[in-house]
Design a protein around this ligand. Structure first.
Ligand SMILES: [Zn+2]
Length: 113
């Protein structure tokens, strides 16, 4: 018998969307901006270096989305949880399990492609 409770995580999706949107916007503006400047000759011979630099600097906010998904806090006890992309109880969503509360938090993040 599995008595684990499955509950919607109250804040994860809001935070995730905001973060993802911010990272996406940042990526679009910085990459678009540097390509625009490069195409108009403002960067001279450093155009390719600048584009490469912007791409590398964008890796951290994109990684942040992954880090956020893996380090989810339990809303009840604020302890750490174990995130998995697929579980028997929630085959279509990412979920985070808190061992001390024995609650499975549905992150509402679909895992199907
Ligand atoms: Zn907990």
């Amino acid at each position: 018998m599995n008595a684990m409770k499955v509950v919607l995580h109250p804040t994860f999706m809001k935070k995730w969307k905001r973060y993802f949107f911010g990272a996406f916007l940042y990526f679009g503006v910085s990459v678009g901006g540097v390509i625009y400047l490069g195409n108009h000759g403002f960067l001279g011979n450093f155009g390719n270096i600048a584009i490469g630099f912007v791409f590398i600097s964008n890796l951290s906010p994109i990684n942040g989305v992954g880090v956020m998904t893996y380090f989810v806090r339990c809303p009840l006890c604020h302890g750490s949880t174990v995130t998995k992309s697929v579980r028997q109880e929630l085959p279509d969503y990412w979920s985070a399990h808190c061992r001390s509360c024995d609650v499975l938090w549905n992150l509402e993040l679909g895992n199907s492609d």
